[in-house]
Design a protein around this ligand. Sequence first.
Ligand code: SF4
Length: 500
Amino acid sequence: MNKSFLSLPQGIDKPKCHCGVFGIYGSVNASLHTYYGLHALQHRGQEACGIVTKSINEKNHSVFNVHKGEGLVSEVFGDSKVFKRVLTGNSAIGHNRYSTTGSSNSRKNIQPFVVNYRLGNLAIGHNGNLTNAKALRKELVDEGAIFQTTSDTEVILHLIARSKLDNQVDQIKEALSKVEGAYCLTILTDDKLIAARDPYGFRPLSVGKLNNAFVFASETCAFDILQAKFIREVEPGEIVIIDEEVFESGEIKSERINGNILPEKHCVFEYIYFSRPDSFIFGHNVDKMRRRLGKVLARKYPVRDNDGEKVIVISVPDSSNTAALGYQSELEKNGVPSKLEIGLIRSHYIGRTFIQPGQEKREIGVRIKFNTVKGVLEGRTVVLVDDSIVRGTTSKQLVNLIKEANPKEIHIRISSPPIMHPCYYGMDFPSREELVANKFNGDIDKIREYLEVDSLEYLTTDEMLEAVTEVNPENYCTACFSGNYPTKVDSTFKKEIYEL
Ligand code: SF4
């Protein structure tokens, strides 16, 4: 009998999160703090993780120490001896990975990457995706560069190492002025911790303080776990430099990647699904924005029970909990009788689960992960609020599960528009053909028929922007919904493009 195992990521049938980065300068517990920071950022990447620290040896030379591996942070750093025996030193960077470019199977692709070159040691962690990496890689290979990994991040390393400039910050600036697309970087050198964010600001990155130490993280929830104080976000197109002088004075050094200030294009999906609701990104609390998405959804697409009873609003836990809260509170505000209930129970203890040969992986996946609270749903008009639909297979199976509880009606409300296009900025959606909205040409009624529910509504792109915008709706990337890419993209790009 063939044994088969099912490994379920955080959200079944959701776009896969890119990565999470962390950095710290000036802490005697740098590696331990990085470990906790990576814990808080685990939702941004669950395939692999790593920490690099910088220590000083008996000859007064700086030494880079590395520990990385495949798995969750708790698994890779399961042996606490690694912090005392390997990851010593006062500065560190860490990375959680979900592969976007580069094979997920290659251990070589696990970050942070470390190199030793003309100007010393350098380690780098990257969140995002470069849109011109394929062309740059080809140029570099033609010039004789030998690549060790299949990741786009290595392109940045080669550009830095090949620079003729004599200052590492200038080399980094020069390299970043050549790359395009999405990046948030933490870089460790022999005497500095550097953070950089691409000029569009696709992904979030913040700087904070933990006593006298400086910390960087993709999301502020990584500061909270350490009780570090949020200072500000790293601005789009900014390089923040922390060195001994900054550590002593407390005054951050900041430089621009290049002279051009580009319009901000924050990834709106960070608010919809990716970031944790307890994080502060792009100038707002994620919780507030996610609630507002739910509220606009309720204003535009309310559901009433035909017999005047309360409609039962449920979420797909955990990612749509906050949108469901917003949806139900707005229904109430507008006089629609409703009740927020916990109608789906999610198991948090799946890990790798054995499945019988021949069992449909996705179907058993949904049943292992979710069950209904039948007493809550039976005989009621149920509104299932979800943040997004990707392939639609999970939504269909959830609907089937809910039907087993004999509700009166099932309505689905989605707090984002239909996903129609691929992301080139670091999110991993399935192929265009697999996206349910694409399969049905964006026809929502056809998707409703496929899901076999009484009604289905999504936010439109304008409605979504109305929810998340306080100043300028132009400040967001909406390309996976609208097809309007803020940068030139290479449509031949594929995740495996760099396979060796
Ligand atoms: S295409 Fe979609 S997922 Fe990708 S950066 Fe833009 S909004 Fe975010």
